[in-house]
Write a protein that binds this ligand. Structure first.
Ligand SMILES: Nc1nc2c(ncn2[C@@H]2O[C@H](COP(=O)(O)OP(=O)(O)OP(=O)(O)O)[C@@H](O)[C@H]2O)c(=O)[nH]1
Ligand SMILES: [Mg+2]
Ligand SMILES: [Zn+2]
Length: 304
């Protein structure tokens, strides 16, 4: 017998799928893998799947197909040289950052925004608002807001901003992503104290997390569904064509039409209006992010 369900978690090729009002322990039936060859993980948390129920083993089933994804947050897994889907079919992506431990990394946010581009909205959450927030951090957050990417301050420690965050996520499926140690699991625990997600100290020596959450997990709570994900050290953008990359930077758009060369990659072309706006209207960090992502994509196209 076949039925449809949603993938709640997956570790070592064993997936927990919620279907027909209960959880099934699933493995992938061989042929599914063929359809999605070349991916690091064929099945991700949030995927809708068809499962074949094993009549002889209670609560066991096989995943026989993956339904088409509405969207997916994908990063390029450098080590495995393959795209890795962090979460699928989400309504909102929360990009968590922290002010000083770990340090604020606006370029990380830039990459998240490109990966999310034209797929789902992103909310930037600055957690640990109880820590000292540098004026330059606030300046960057306000710049993101100006570009149409809102931010929200909260503290899992003091509870500041947590209630409002609960209102924002209501009715949605929301994935929390960010570097290790920024407090993704802590925020979720603070929002729903019964969750008891594991949290870990930030290393004093390296000022970064210890990769406490080791695999993504989807959990329905009250009126929304959360996805907690493992910390990501760096994001390499995957699903964007080189030629489309400039469009993922809304701050470039008002200038792009005035570039002498059309289309312009705003890189080496002379009389580039985007480049001329850098440091005036476009934040230099944003342009630097753009160049780095562009270089990554071009490098990958050339092979390795
Ligand atoms: N001061 C302060 N510390 C916090 C806050 N939120 C979390 N922490 C601390 O930050 C550390 C990391 O928290 P986690 O929730 O494990 O971070 P994470 O983002 O889930 O990390 P990974 O699972 O490794 O990706 C813990 O020591 C938390 O107690 C906060 O709002 N303020
Ligand atoms: Mg965690
Ligand atoms: Zn240009």
């Amino acid at each position: 017998m076949n039925t449809e369900g949603i993938v709640f978690s997956g570790i070592n090729n064993i997936y927990l799928v919620f279907a027909d009002n209960k959880e099934w322990e699933c493995r992938i039936k061989g042929k599914v893998l063929k359809e999605v060859k070349g991916e690091y993980n064929p099945i991700a948390v949030g995927d809708q799947v068809t499962i074949e129920i094993n009549p002889h083993m209670e609560n066991h089933a096989l995943i026989i197909s993956r339904l088409e994804r509405r969207n997916s947050f994908v990063r390029w897994n450098k080590k495995r040289r393959a795209p890795q889907t962090v979460a699928a079919n989400i309504d909102l992506l929360v990009a968590v950052v922290s002010p000083e431990s770990p340090p604020f990394r606006p370029r990380f946010v830039d990459r998240v925004l490109v990966a999310a581009w034209e797929q789902f909205p992103v909310l930037i959450v600055l957690n640990k608002s109880d820590q000292k927030i540098d004026p330059s951090t606030m300046e960057r957050l306000e710049d993101f807001d100006r570009l149409g990417y809102p931010f929200h301050l909260c503290s899992a420690k003091t509870g500041e901003g947590v209630e409002e965050l609960r209102r924002i996520v209501s009715g949605k499926t929301v994935a929390f992503v960010g570097q290790s140690g920024v407090g993704k699991s802590s925020i979720l625990n603070r929002m729903h104290p019964g969750l008891k997600l594991r949290v870990g100290e930030v290393s004093a020596k390296y000022n970064r997390g210890r990769h406490t959450t080791n695999s993504a997990v989807m959990i329905p709570v009250d009126d929304w569904t959360l996805i907690d994900t493992p910390g990501i050290r760096e994001i390499e953008v995957h699903e964007v064509d080189v030629a489309d990359l400039p469009y993922a930077f809304p701050d470039f758009q008002p200038f792009a039409r005035d570039c002498a060369f059309q289309p312009c990659m705003h890189d080496k072309e002379p009389e580039c209006a985007v480049r001329e706006a850098v440091g005036k209207v476009i934040h230099p960090d944003r342009y630097e992010s753009y160049l780095r992502i562009l270089a990554d994509l071009r490098y990958r196209l050339k092979g390795w």
